[in-house]
Design a protein around this ligand. Structure first.
Ligand code: DOR
Ligand code: ZN
Length: 347
């Protein structure tokens, strides 16, 4: 039996949705994580302090009776023409808004209201640099001429590099890094960071495509090659303080996944910690687990490390774990990671 105790983890990137889906999924995050950096890609998107405050209240109400007492949603605002600089600054000063998220329009789920060009928001970015507000970036080109597996690198080169050059002092997190280009970009910029998901750490595109098409593994940016996966895993297990977990847990109804045009997004909140613990265990890197789950993120964002701990224990599986949840509206959602979860208990 293997057992490890770590400071309580934070999830630096999560989609909690709204209404009955929020009620169904929020408890999984609230039971396992202290901070949850919540994505604003609702319909309509969260673009103001008032919307963020109301959404935060709905999340806290949905967190459920078993929520950790230190569970705290941190709110992102969606960067588009509706975002008003004065409102953003007031939202941050009031402790309601934590960061700003940029989605290239059309890149992923609920990104239709996103931007056509990051540099088009230069005045917002300058205000953010001045106030030290983190910019979270969905780094994926929407240029149809660029191969889907090369779109992260393309965005970093053609969109993010010019914006960072034009606005010195910007603090950037490259979200859900899926390739070495993202790792290299972070390494080349002082003070930048990258979040990495459980699924990009443990799956490659053969898992998605080789043995029957797996819509449950379809996400954006898409899961890439084995070489890219291995590089992400090496970065996560290296202890490098620039990299930390962001689950990108993104629930979709099964009927939107197993259909003609599957929606991108993987619901992994229930088993994210177990999946990552198993990866680190298999690679004899459990001594770096706490850095990736619990230390690097808060340190990057200037927040205290949790003063509580959790203990993860590995034993041979005695029972299988559920692979599906059902919302109060009768909607089924598939969960990622049940196999790894059967090996671990968390207390
Ligand atoms: O796969 C994804 N799903 N990637 C994203 O960036 C958004 C997310 C969602 O909201 O479903
Ligand atoms: Zn996301």
């Amino acid at each position: 039996m293997t057992s490890i105790t770590v400071a309580t983890p934070d999830d630096w990137h999560v989609h909690l949705r709204d209404d009955h889906m929020l009620t169904a999924v929020a408890p999984f995050t609230a039971n396992s994580f202290r901070y949850a950096l919540v994505m604003p890609n609702l319909v309509p998107p969260i673009t103001s302090m008032a919307m963020a405050r109301e959404y935060r209240d709905r999340i806290v109400a949905a967190a459920g009776p078993d929520a950790r007492s230190d569970f705290t949603p941190l709110m992102g605002l969606y960067l588009n023409d509706d975002l008003v600089i004065e409102d953003l600054l007031a939202g941050v000063a009031a402790g309601v808004v934590f960061a700003v998220k940029y989605y290239p329009a059309g890149a992923t789920t609920n990104s239709e209201a996103g931007g056509a060009s990051l540099i088009g928001y230069q005045s917002v970015l300058e205000a953010m640099a001045e106030a030290g507000i983190p910019l979270l970036v969905h780094a994926e080109s929407t240029d149809p001429d660029i191969d889907i597996f090369d779109r992260e690198a393309a965005f970093l080169e053609t969109e993010l590099t010019p914006a960072c050059d034009a606005v010195p002092g910007l603090t950037v997190t490259v979200e859900h890094i899926s390739t070495r280009s993202g790792l290299d970009f972070v390494a080349a910029h002082d003070g930048f960071a990258g979040s990495i998901t459980p699924h990009h750490l443990t799956c490659d595109r053969s898992d998605v495509l080789a043995n029957g098409l797996r819509p449950d593994l379809y996400c954006k940016p898409v899961i890439n090659s084995r070489e890219e996966r291995d590089a992400l895993a090496a970065a996560a297990m290296s202890g490098n303080p620039s990299f930390f977990v962001g689950t990108d847990s993104a629930p979709h109804p099964l009927s939107h996944k197993e259909t003609g045009r599957a929606k991108p997004g993987i619901f992994n909140a229930p088993y994210a910690l177990e999946v990552i613990a198993e990866l680190f265990h298999q690679n004899r890197a459990l001594d770096q687990l706490e850095s990736f789950l619990s230390l690097n993120g808060p340190t990057h964002y200037g927040l205290p490390v949790a003063d509580s701990t959790i203990t993860l224990t590995r034993a041979e599986p005695t029972q299988t774990r559920p692979e599906m949840i059902t919302t109060s509206g009768g909607v089924e959602v598939r969960i990622f990671g049940a196999e790894a979860a059967a090996l671990w208990t968390i207390s």
